[in-house]
Design a protein around this ligand. Structure first.
Ligand SMILES: Cc1ncc(COP(=O)(O)O)c(C=O)c1O
Length: 364
């Protein structure tokens, strides 16, 4: 039996009728940029997941950029973040002319190690971007303690962690700003590009709202520098169709992860950690194995999909060569890059497919 790493067609086939009906209504009403569908989505998303205020945006990169603008970052400023993430987590820093300063991760959660923050701090440090990678919340108590002590603006990149909570608080509400992505492969994926911004602080949200539409509260009056970060109507309409299923999809991801944990028995393999402060929503199920490439080949030979997320940490990417980090700067992140392997995890996977993945891993 073939097990794909990811198959979006199952979900989209199942939702074809309501999705096309919603898109048709938006088309017929000419609601293309923001508008009622996006407003409905912002309200529905906030109500379902516990966010007091939500702004729909046109990607998951957009709210990160906006958050860096709200934080007032400028050339000369430094922002501490993780080297083990999707590149986009750092783009906002670079777009504002500030400098990303990386701090190593913990092996188990793949997230920023609070014990490494101090050594990344300088008088120029203005903010931290925390990423809740693979759906697993980062250690926010320790990170927020550090941030408060040093007066740093905290941005939570929740692109992979929609629905996750840290000690009962939805991720994105612990720091100063929270950002989401609705890229099609995400736990809540649109049909195209999409993202969202949230903040527990009204003054930050209202600044982000203005930045989203060209720095403008009134048409053709631009009080601050902004941009075009608007969500389009089709994404709002489509996400309204999908949102009611998110809780069940998340529960299914968590059940698949539990099945992997119970079934996988392979020497030298490290499963993702399960810290007691907050359960992962399992955007990915990523393990570590010293012979990762051989294991991946073995899976491929038995028609089990897998992926390398992420093979090259940010500090070793060509675009950041100018930051002058080298091999060995962040050993935990680098080891994760060399040994990580992500297994199939999406709601439509059957138990039989999950068992097939387990048996194939165990037979390595
Ligand atoms: C951790 C993380 N941050 C940011 C993003 C950027 O989101 P988008 O691709 O929607 O711009 C993504 C996903 O692509 C991501 O995985």
């Amino acid at each position: 039996m073939k097990v794909p790493f990811l198959d979006l067609s199952l979900q989209h086939r199942a939702l074809r009728e309501p999705a096309l009906a919603a898109l048709t209504a938006t088309y017929d009403a000419n609601r293309f940029c923001l508008g009622k569908d996006v407003e409905d989505f912002e309200r529905n998303f906030g109500a379902a997941l516990g966010y007091p205020r939500v702004l729909g945006m046109n990607s998951g990169t957009a709210p990160l950029h906006v958050a860096c603008m709200v934080a007032g970052l400028k050339p000369g400023d430094e922002v501490i973040t993780t080297p083990f993430t999707f590149i986009s987590s750092a783009w906002g820093i670079s777009y504002t002319g500030a400098r990303p300063v990386f701090a190593d991760i913990e092996e188990g959660t793949f997230n920023l190690d609070p014990a490494r923050l101090e050594s990344a701090l300088t008088p120029r440090t203005k903010a931290i971007i925390v990423v809740h990678l693979f759906g697993q919340p980062a250690r926010m108590d320790e990170i927020m303690d550090f941030a408060v002590r040093h007066n740093l603006f905290v941005i939570e990149d929740c692109a992979q962690a929609v629905g996750a909570k840290y000690r009962g608080t939805p991720v994105g509400l612990l720091g100063d700003a929270g950002t989401f992505s609705f890229y099609p492969t995400k736990n809540l994926g649109g049909c195209g590009e999409g993202g969202a911004f949230t903040s527990r602080r009204e003054e930050i949200q209202s600044q982000a709202r203005q930045i989203r539409v060209h720095g403008s509260d009134r048409r053709y009056y631009h009080d601050i520098i902004g941009g075009n970060f608007r969500m389009d109507g089709f994404q709002g309409a489509l996400l309204n169709v999908k949102l009611p299923f998110l809780a069940a999809w998340t529960a299914r991801r968590q059940a698949i992860a539990a099945r992997y944990r119970a079934g996988i028995k392979l020497a030298d393999l490290r499963l993702p950690a399960q810290p007691d402060y907050g359960q992962s929503v399992y955007h990915q199920f990523t393990l570590l194995h010293p012979r990762r490439d051989a294991l991946r080949e073995h899976l491929a030979k038995h028609e089990v999909g897998s992926d390398l997320i992420y093979p090259v940490p940010l500090h070793l990417q060509q675009c950041y060569a100018g930051l002058n980090y080298g091999e060995g700067s962040f050993p935990v992140a680098e080891r994760a890059g060399r040994t990580c392997l992500s297994l199939p995890i999406f709601p439509e996977l059957t138990d039989a497919q999950v068992d097939q993945v387990i048996a194939t891993v165990n037979s390595f």
